[in-house]
Design a binder for this molecule. Structure first.
Ligand SMILES: [Mg+2]
Length: 269
């Protein structure tokens, strides 16, 4: 056989092999889907009024991803849903625990220089401390926010710790990070906030930063970005940041890793 004939035969053999090994016909994909799996449904066609739980779950996803943007109160149809999410279902606690596990894994993977400038930033409300007792008494976010009654509640210094956050705080501390608590609360609330944090089990933070007189009219994102900038100017390396609001985390500069805690009860710009 000449070399030219070999070159002609190779593609013929390849083609014949392909035809031999090819399946005779693929079953339609729809026939391979388990009857237990449901394909996406047109939600509008479901008429939300009759499917509140489904809608409220989707609404919660939209606020957690920040797709919803600015919002003021939870939908009236979702009061029971949010109450259940925050409480008896255990879902809120589970969601917080997974955030804390993710953050702890990230913290363990980071190299701490040990010069006192490796920082981890925590927000306070709905991040380290829970105001759930207050919100449970005020419609779980369905009522318009009232500064006066909330400040009275904060002054009691009775917010419990979020258990997963307390474990994360202690783990990050053990790893050698400097703990910076950056809150939208005011300087006038420093004593009550300190008392509450200590009572809930938080100890040994490096900095507790509250809004001073010049910060009062700033949005949370501007205020917190400015404070992170000042920390960096002081030499801190902000490795991680935890907060229940996107305004705790976004802006400039940002932490190397940001961790969004769940909060379906209120939104802070
Ligand atoms: Mg907060």
């Amino acid at each position: 056989m000449h070399s030219g004939e070999i070159l002609i035969l190779i593609p013929i053999l390849l083609l014949s092999n392909l035809s031999l090994s090819a399946p005779t016909a693929s079953p339609p994909i729809s026939s391979t889907i388990s009857p237990d799996i449901y394909l996406p449904t047109d939600l509008e066609a479901l008429q939300f009024g009759r499917r509140d739980a489904l809608f409220c779950d989707s609404w919660r996803l939209s606020v957690e991803t920040n797709n919803a943007g600015e919002w003021w109160t939870i939908p009236s149809t979702c009061i029971d849903y949010v109450a259940e999410y925050m409480g008896v279902s255990g879902q809120y606690g589970s969601d917080c625990a997974v955030v804390a596990l993710d953050a702890a894994a990230a913290a363990r993977a980071l190299r701490v220089v040990g010069d006192g400038l490796d920082a981890w930033v925590f927000d306070i409300d709905e991040t380290l401390l829970s105001n759930l007792p207050y919100y449970a008494a005020h419609g779980f976010g369905s009522e318009a926010f009232d500064d006066k009654s909330f400040d009275e509640w904060a002054e009691l210094a009775e917010c419990p710790a979020i258990p997963a956050s307390l474990r994360l705080y202690q783990e990050v501390q053990r790893l050698g990070f400097e703990l910076v608590l950056l809150t939208g609360r005011y300087e006038s609330q420093r004593n009550a906030t300190t008392r509450n944090l200590l009572g809930a089990g938080y100890h040994g933070w490096d900095r507790l930063i509250l809004r001073g007189p010049s910060d009062i009219r700033k949005t949370a994102m501007v205020y917190k970005s400015e404070k992170r900038m000042q920390l960096e100017e002081q030499g801190y390396r902000i490795h991680g940041s935890c907060g229940d609001q996107w305004s705790d985390l976004l802006g400039h500069p940002m932490a190397t890793r940001s961790f969004k805690m769940p909060n379906p009860m209120y939104y802070i710009a």
